[in-house]
Design a protein around this ligand. Structure first.
Ligand code: NAD
Length: 273
């Protein structure tokens, strides 16, 4: 009797031998993505803005325990000129980047009327220009080796406007434009470029907004969380970092080879309204 093969045979380590660079991967979504891709066999370039510490050592140990190589690379991404040299260092030490996850991002909530221009410049540099520089630095080697994945962490704020977040919304809309433009330029190559648009995910970036809301409105923690979700996210539940990481895992998979230029929302219905 002929054995019936499953449609998608399980590949426990589909990225064995590959290198993933996840920017801003010491906390929140980025750290979950690092664990996801390490679990799928990729060597990990862990990255953050702070110098190496006992915390980053512990994170590397956790990744090593998954059986992959991992190193920590500190760099402030607002320094665009330093990005290509870092990509070269990662290539020399871990191998050229096969999976680039542009995850690092910052938030500042303030009216456009008083928004500090310095803050605007930094947010555009980290949220939008840094992905341009990493893509420019990493894509040639992906094309040479005939496989690559570029995944940009945008936001529902890339799809709709949000009051008091002018720089964040502008940078995330820009990141979606960059994603689509790069995806089209690479459309006939084995390198894909896509974006993920999460709604509210409970991470340090959102916790800061919960804390500010609680203080401003004199709410306790639970009430502030409910207020934040209630205003925008119809499911009334946070997206989890593991769910976003699983979507990154899919977009990095071979089954996603024809997902190109997507702006894939995972937002509890945020943008369905
Ligand atoms: P987070 O604050 O936990 O992570 C942000 C990461 O970016 C950190 O690791 C930080 O070190 C890094 N970073 C910040 N400034 C940097 C700089 N100048 N140079 C280098 N690294 C820098 O927040 P998060 O919620 O996990 O956010 C990750 C990404 O997801 C961001 O791009 C964010 O805009 C996006 N996002 C988050 C949510 C959410 O609800 N949490 C929703 C939509 C999109």
């Amino acid at each position: 009797m002929t054995a019936v093969l499953p449609l998608n045979p399980p590949l426990s380590k589909p990225h064995a031998g590959r290198v993933a660079w996840i920017t801003g991967s010491t906390s929140g979504i980025g750290w979950a993505v690092a664990r996801q891709l390490a679990g799928e066999g990729a060597a990990i370039a862990l990255h953050g803005s702070a110098q190496a510490s006992a915390d980053t050592d512990a994170q590397l140990a956790e990744l090593h325990a998954l059986g992959v190589a991992a190193r920590y690379y500190p760099l402030d991404l607002s320094d665009g000129q330093a990005i290509a040299p870092l990509a070269r260092r990662i290539a020399a030490e871990l191998g050229a980047v096969d999976i680039l996850v542009n995850n690092a991002g910052i938030q500042h909530v303030e009216s456009v009327l008083s928004f500090p221009p310095d803050r605007w410049n930094t947010m555009l540099a980290v949220n939008l220009s840094a992905p341009f520089h990493t893509i420019q630095a990493c894509t040639p080697a992906m094309l040479e080796r005939g496989w690559g994945r570029i995944i940009n962490m945008a936001s529902v704020s890339g799809l709709v406007g949000v009051a008091h977040k002018p720089a964040y919304v502008a940078s995330k809309h820009g990141l979606l434009g960059l994603t689509k433009s790069v995806a089209l330029e690479l459309a006939t190559t084995p390198v894909t470029c896509n974006a993920i648009c999460p709604g509210w995910v409970l991470t340090p970036l959102v916790q800061a907004q919960i804390d500010a809301l609680a203080q401003r409105e004199q709410l306790d923690e639970a009430a502030a969380r409910a207020r934040l979700l209630g205003a925008k996210q119809p499911s009334q539940a946070f997206v989890t970092v593991e769910q976003v990481a699983a979507l990154v895992g899919f977009l990095a998979s071979d089954n996603a080879a024809q997902v190109r230029g997507a702006q894939w929302n995972m937002d509890g219905g945020f943008t369905a309204a």
